[in-house]
Design a protein around this ligand. Sequence first.
Ligand code: HMG
Ligand code: MG
Length: 284
Amino acid sequence: MIQKVHIVEVGPRDGLQSISEEVSTVNKVKYIDMLTNAICPEIEVASFVSPKWVPQMADAKEVSSLITRKDQIIYSALVPNVKGLENAIKCGYHSVAVLTAASESFSLKNTNSSIEESIKRIEEMIPYCKENKIRIRGYISTCWVCPYEGNIGIEAVIKAIQDLIDLGVDEISLGDTIGKATPEGVEYLLEIILDSWPPELFALHMHDTYNMAAENIVVGLGMGLRIIDSSAGGVGGCPYAPGAAGNVSTETVARICMEQGFETGIDVEKLKLAGNYIQSITQS
Ligand code: HMG
Ligand code: MG
């Protein structure tokens, strides 16, 4: 039986968030609707964060109300705290992504909170999520290398995973925030965590600064992971991770999956149109 890989399209949030020129609401909506037409199974549409911290996401409400949603697609939003979560719920989301990190310095720069405080913020969101039947993905940034602290010890990642599991998150996305993970590093981390937890719990979220993402994903797939984050057109980065390039492109992940005999359910030709479109908007 052909196995499926679930691709989480993060381009509209991770891809666009650090682009300094404003991308218009109309163009964002067109991009997301193109991703919907390509049947990307899950789309992270926007983030409900402070507009002072990430101005590009200031129109998250408008974008969320203007996109055309299809029943078979999961639409999600990134939320750093209860305020963001309340806005996401008002905008009709049933799935959100929350944030923590394995590096103290990155957590402080990215969300003005220590790792412990970031976990506390997630804890505060849990009752609202339960009440509103909201699915939660937990991002752990800097699982391998931090732009401020360098190599990250595996214990910090394990602690973050355990904290998120204790809070009851449904899925954990392991972030290579600045694209410095190596296939050996990915194998080493996964070997250890998969001793304690099932592969279905984890996604890989690889930025592609040094063209290592594809190899790292092949390692992850080989070790049983079936959820991969990526961005159509490979646009983007993180405003609080200097030097980070965009996510691995969804086009690349879809190709890898096909080569490895996995199904993604994505219409690759329509996906390419979405990737080309957002590249033409952001690189002009
Ligand atoms: P803070 O300044 O400590 O927050 O920021 P605060 O609670 O003191 O509030 C300050 C102001 O922000 C107040 O407004 C709040 O109302 C407002 P004022 O009274 O000054 O007018 N505020 C908000 N406004 C809108 N939405 C909200 C919200 N919360 C407070 N949700 C905060 C703390 C977390 C808000 C801030 O640091 C922030 O927004 N950070 C987000 C940074 C971000 O989005 N980074 C990029 C995403 S993470 C990423 O890319 C990594 C990832 O891709 C994985 C990987 O690659 O590793 C996920
Ligand atoms: Mg990212």
